[in-house]
Design a protein around this ligand. Structure first.
Ligand code: ATP
Length: 353
């Protein structure tokens, strides 16, 4: 039995079904991200776990107990929202103490927990400040301390970093992950930022139109996307079009080049159009790093991004983007240059629907 079990969860607002048969088991201490485009139902699932929305049907169990009929304050769940939801008229320490005061803890216990929580987020020196005297990142750390102060069984984070600027976002996400691991608290993190989800999660739930499209580790989601949607939503991807040449032998035609895939194309017919995917980092134009497949193309775009040079090569109908590491000793490739692109046939994925 998993620690947090979500089974056959559904939610409709009027005739709008925003969550459809959502199922997920989360182990104790796991950090799971919900990743998906705007409007796919991530927040609605989170709000049902928190108790702010009532499911149309389905169950949510924590440690074996169905919590669907419990009020939010009976669920022992901590939550951090996107907008800084601190009480503006309370100091940092008073904000962190809020949940403890509501549950009538003794003054000594409240003081000790507030100190412990402020140490955890490294803001003990700001305990008497008011929210308006803090930066956005500091406010979110206080919101995290407040959510954790009551020692919840589950922590829910609803896009807590999206209002922050890029640098703070990266450092705070690392801090959130470190605190989560230190406490071993079961956590759900909602985001529409794939890099964020890939970098901090034990597992990711990729959501589309109210259901889980794929559930897996960041490595699996990125390297073995289960559908075209997941492949194109997570990471940069070359979406290519080829034709089946010899299904039994797994041979395809890519802009006039015959390529033998790692496996046969069972269920496909000769001449059929295939949707294919290839990650930029799986492709090279460096002859010293050549793989089993090499085809000719022409460079039609070069973006110098600093440590990486993203180069686009035209094969005819298809274009392939690839990443090269910057080498200060040699200039980047030029537009119009003829090159041989090379990749391992096993990295060319045939996409399902
Ligand atoms: P975002 O990243 O934009 O927050 P999301 O994936 O979290 O998106 P939800 O906020 O869960 O998506 O919304 C899913 C759908 O449910 C949207 O179409 C939204 O308009 C609708 N919705 C959410 N809450 C309500 C509500 N209280 N009443 C009516 N419709 C709602």
């Amino acid at each position: 039995m998993a620690f947090l079990e979500i089974s056959h969860l559904q939610k409709s607002f009027g005739t709008n079904r925003v969550v459809r048969d959502f199922n997920l088991d989360i182990e104790k201490g796991e950090f799971v991200s919900f990743l998906g485009p705007s409007g796919c139902g991530k927040t609605t699932v989170l709000r049902m776990v928190a108790g702010f929305e009532v499911p149309t049907s389905g169950s949510i169990r924590i440690d074996g107990q169905d919590i669907v009929n419990l009020k939010p304050n009976q669920r022992n769940i901590g939550m951090v929202f996107q907008a800084y939801a601190l009480f503006p008229n309370m100091t940092v320490a008073q904000n962190v103490a809020f949940g403890l005061r509501v549950s009538r803890k003794s003054k000594a216990e409240i003081d000790a927990t507030v100190t412990e929580m402020l140490d955890l987020i490294r803001l003990g020196h700001l305990r008497d400040r008011y929210p308006y005297q803090l930066s956005g990142g500091q406010q979110q750390r206080v919101a995290l301390a407040r959510a954790l102060a009551t020692k919840p069984q589950v922590l829910l984070l609803d896009e807590p970093l999206s209002a922050l600027d890029a640098k703070i976002r990266v450092s705070l996400r690392e801090e959130i992950r470190a605190i989560q691991q230190k406490l071993g608290i079961t956590t759900i993190f909602v985001t529409h930022d794939q890099e964020e989800a890939l970098s901090i999660s034990d597992r990711i739930v990729v959501m589309s139109e109210g259901h889980a499209e794929q559930i897996g580790t960041p490595f699996d989601i990125y390297n073995r996307p289960a559908s075209r949607f997941v492949a194109s939503f997570v990471g940069t991807l070359n979406l290519l079009e080829g034709k089946v040449d010899d299904a039994q032998k797994g041979v395809i035609d890519l802009d006039g080049n015959r390529i033998t895939l790692a496996q046969p194309l069972s269920g496909h017919k000769k001449g059929e159009t295939l949707a294919l995917a290839l990650r930029p980092e799986a492709v090279t134009i460096d002859p010293h790093k050549a793989h089993d497949t090499a085809i000719e193309g022409t460079i039609n775009d070069v973006h110098f991004l600093g440590s990486v040079i993203r180069t686009r090569v035209s094969l005819g109908k298809n274009n392939i983007s690839l990443d090269m590491f910057n080498n200060p000793g040699s200039p980047p490739p030029a537009r119009g240059e003829k090159v041989k692109i090379s990749f391992a046939a096993k990295d060319l994925l045939v996409l399902g629907e």
